[in-house]
Design a protein around this ligand. Structure first.
Ligand code: FES
Length: 127
């Protein structure tokens, strides 16, 4: 069996929503101390919905694929749903990740949660 699913390879080769949102109102940056990978998520939230999302990831292929898939999963979604997004859901949407690469999907979950917290801090709104 191939180490990585077709979906992981596809999102790694053609990541969606890469870049920066200049007027983002929620930004989350997280890192994994062991591997040194860093992920930054930019959210543009309007009326309780993620209108736009972009990411920058300095990391492994699984981290890039996880970021890409995570942005696809939350784009256009209400914040209550975004809050529930788990790394497992990201990994499942990618048709799985090898066990020792699951932490890469955790970065995506954490970056999104950090961006939501930043949004809460900036706006005083509770998500
Ligand atoms: Fe660190 Fe993938 S090896 S995020």
């Amino acid at each position: 069996m191939a180490l990585y699913s077709e979906k992981v390879m596809e999102h790694f080769r053609h990541p969606r929503n890469v870049g920066v949102i200049e007027d983002a109102n929620g930004i989350g940056e997280v890192g994994n101390a062991k591997c040194g990978d860093i992920m930054k998520m930019y959210l543009k939230i309007e009326n309780g919905v993620v209108e736009d999302v972009k990411f920058e990831t300095f990391g492994c292929g699984s981290a890039i694929a996880s970021s890409s898939m995570a942005t696809e999963l939350i784009k256009g979604k209400p914040l209550s749903e975004v809050r529930q997004l788990t790394n497992k859901a990201v990994a499942e949407a990618l048709d799985g990740l090898p066990d020792y690469k699951m932490h890469c999907s955790v970065l995506a979950e954490e970056a999104i949660q950090a961006a939501l917290e930043d949004y809460e801090k900036k706006t005083g709104e509770k998500v």
